[in-house]
Design a protein around this ligand. Structure first.
Ligand code: GMT
Length: 378
């Protein structure tokens, strides 16, 4: 198949899933055309089946905000037309699903039918999408897509509860490339951070409010009162300054390091003993899956689709959002030397269920079904 993939080319989970999906599809012989405003972060190598088309967003003094959606729709039209695409797969509803709808209508006028699959990732539904300023367009463009997928059962449920959706939504979970995300030998790194055998806790996120990074620091503060421990915070975002101030206020600066954005997050995960994800909202929790693939147990909140990934008491623990003391208790259970090896083993076993080789065929079958349904309608 020739597939156009539209996504945000940033570090965000939806962009990562879209890029890894495209790379995986290219590996098994499909021709993949990325249509994005910048080279996707994880697409920095050559492959004969991978193409990249940059959306050129022209500005003009009259515009306070350059019209990304129009530039994207125009780019989709030309790529579908000149590359003879079979299907467009857009990731993150806003504004990708509505831009795809526009492109589809323009192409229809020119006698070209292009099926559109929209994948809902999370905040496009649970946070931004349901805001009245976007809701009518999101509802319309989901209903107009030829296929719609969500990354968890919970996100599917949320979509039906917040929007008037008249069509089926297929659940296809996030996935992981276990060839890349695996425990590596990085003992020297562990020794440098934890010279006295301290337990190492790790959090990675985009430091937005929904991630509740403050809870990570507060849980760590409580854990550190009981056992020697260190905390690594990977990523960057709007809450970072506040979090650095909190560390200073709590007097924990010596035991916490902010590493900023890292490409090779698997190296840090390779030496971690516990991954913490206390999010307020989380449709799936790709970052937690990446940790599990590196044999790291996870301590999470019960938000959104996380409990579909984290098996309570087995791969880690699931606690109520904001329940710091319960998270501390559960962290201590996981970090206990008698329990840690079993939790690590269980985390890896669970991650294997989400290996790309298990999930890729679900997308391929869904594409085929969507194309067949569209052809049947013509
Ligand atoms: O987590 C973020 O803020 C980034 C966001 C995105 O859209 O890029 O991630 C969402 O999509 C990921 C991939 O499907 C999911 O694993 C994340 O759980 C989801 N984030 C939220 O729902 C907050």
């Amino acid at each position: 198949m020739k597939i156009g993939i539209v996504c945000y080319p940033t570090f965000g989970g939806s962009g990562v899933v879209a890029t890894e999906l495209g790379k995986g599809l290219a590996k098994i012989g499909h021709e993949i055309h990325f249509i994005t405003y910048r080279q996707p972060t994880r697409l920095d190598f050559f492959s004969e089946n991978l193409y990249y088309h940059e959306v050129d967003i022209k500005s003009y003094p009259l515009f306070e905000h350059a019209p990304y959606e129009l530039a994207l729709a125009s780019k989709m039209v030309s790529v579908v037309k000149y590359e003879n695409l079979d299907l467009l797969h857009v990731h993150y509803a806003i504004p990708h699903a509505s831009a795809a709808y526009m492109a589809k209508q323009i192409l229809k006028e020119q006698g070209i039918q292009i099926p559109v699959v929209t994948t809902l990732h999370g905040t496009d539904i649970t946070l931004v999408g349901k805001d009245p300023s976007y809701e009518p367009v999101v509802t319309f463009s989901i209903n107009q897509s030829d296929g719609v997928t969500a990354v968890s059962e919970d996100l599917k449920k949320e979509t039906y509860s917040h929007f008037n959706i008249k069509r089926d939504i297929e659940v296809i979970p996030n996935f992981i490339d276990l060839d890349r995300f695996k425990k590596q030998k990085k003992e020297h790194f562990k020794l440098a951070i934890c010279p006295n055998g301290e337990k190492l806790m790790v959090h990675t996120s985009n430091f937005r409010k929904v991630k509740r990074v403050e809870d990570v620091i507060r849980v760590f503060y409580e854990v550190r009162k009981e056992i020697p421990a260190k905390l690594l915070l990977v990523g960057d975002g709007p809450e970072r300054d506040k979090m650095e101030r909190l560390c200073r206020d709590l007097g924990t600066c010596d035991d916490i390091r902010f590493l900023g954005k890292l490409d090779a997050v698997e190296e840090v995960l390779s030496v971690a003993d516990l991954f913490v994800m206390p999010s307020e909202k989380e449709s799936f929790g790709l970052a937690a899956l990446e940790a599990m693939a590196c044999e790291v147990p996870i301590l999470t909140s019960d938000a959104g689709g996380i409990p579909e990934l984290n098996i309570n008491g087995k791969t880690g623990f699931v606690c109520k959002v904001g329940d710091i003391m319960d998270m501390k208790e559960k962290a201590l259970i996981i970090l206990n030397d008698n329990n840690l090896p079993t939790f690590k083993e269980n985390a890896l076993a669970r991650a294997k269920e989400f290996d790309i080789s298990e999930i890729l065929p679900l997308y391929v079958n869904y594409y085929q079904k969507t194309i067949e349904n569209c052809l049947a309608k013509v």
